[in-house]
Design a protein around this ligand. Structure first.
Ligand code: CP
Length: 307
């Protein structure tokens, strides 16, 4: 039963609950018109303390397509945050006006800290370089669409594996399924943090390798998850400039890839996937964008407990 719960960490949902959510997501994709009134009279608040296109718009589109309404801010400076209001007071206040809240915050752990002040379900829409659980739902739903399963795959994650919160959440999520192995492709400075390796991969004895060259491993992959170098999380510009062009996936590199490889990217992209790849049938990232809206529709409906 998901009604009334928060969704802050990818592991807040059991595998059975995830299956239920994906089943509902599939039903919404198939019969969207059957869901256009399920959230009549309900209000979603989107509190975005950091920039976003996909996450905020997909949450808002999801609620509107379910018949509900939307309030919120994308510029915290336009709210009483600018006058020094605490996160807890903001969440408690917005709980009075809304039925469910989606919040993106630059501080890692902000939703864990803030949820006690919230009297309605709180969804983590990304906290610093930590987690992005609804992107993970989007990624899982897309992997299910592309591969029809979650297990027995070789999953390559490429780019900024240090600051990329979607990477951390996806490793956590895919580690819950059997017989997956990970290939972690990054420059030395942008490797997956040790706490993910120790607390997730090593703890569960999940096989993984760390390499620097995508070309050396691309032929082995079933899923390739490309990521952007996260400029906003670097402490100095020079490091960003040195590392920003580390990887560019183009059709030449894809020549050695499997015919049924699924290429995902949480987006936005900068230049790490050449535009020429967009029309390749293995490119799933724009279908992934749409899946993000459908799975957020399913999540909102489940957390609100609407039929
Ligand atoms: N994937 C993602 O989180 O995109 P936005 O930053 O545009 O929301």
């Amino acid at each position: 039963m998901l009604k009334g719960r928060n969704y802050i960490d990818p592991e807040d949902l059991s595998l059975e609950e995830l299956d239920e959510l994906f089943d509902l997501g599939k039903e919404i994709v198939k019969n969207e018109k059957d869901f256009i009134h399920v959230c009549d009279g309900k209000i979603l608040a989107t509190l975005f303390y950091e920039p976003s296109t996909r996450t905020r718009f997909s949450f808002e589109a999801a609620m509107l397509r379910l018949g509900g309404g939307v309030i919120g801010f994308s510029e915290p400076g336009s709210s009483s945050v600018a006058k020094g209001e605490t996160l807890a007071d903001t969440l408690r206040t917005v709980s009075c006006y809304s039925d469910i809240i989606a919040m993106r915050h630059p501080k890692e752990g902000a939703p864990q800290y803030g949820h006690n002040a919230c009297t309605v379900p709180l969804i983590n829409a990304g906290d610093g370089g930590h987690q992005h659980p609804t992107q993970t739902l989007t990624d899982l739903f897309t992997i299910l669409s592309a591969k029809g399963k979650f297990d027995g795959m070789t999953i390559g994650l490429c780019g900024d594996l240090k600051f990329g919160r979607t990477v951390h959440s996806l490793i956590k999520a895919m580690s819950r399924y059997s017989n997956n192995k990970f290939v972690l492709i990054s420059p030395d400075e942008l490797k997956v943090p040790n706490y993910i390796k120790e607390q997730v991969l090593d703890k569960k004895s999940i096989p993984y390798t760390e390499v620097e060259r995508l070309e050396d491993v691309i032929d082995d992959l079933d899923v390739l998850y490309m990521t952007r170098v996260q400029k906003e999380r670097f402490f100095n510009e020079a490091d960003y400039v040195r590392l920003k062009d580390s990887y560019v996936l183009d059709l030449e590199k894809l020549k050695n890839a499997k015919k049924d490889l699924a290429i995902l990217h949480p987006l936005p992209r900068v230049n790490e996937i050449a535009v020429e790849v967009d029309d390749d049938p293995r490119a799933w990232y724009f279908r992934q964008v749409k899946n993000g809206m459908y799975i957020r529709m399913a999540l909102i409906a489940k957390l609100l407990g609407v039929k």
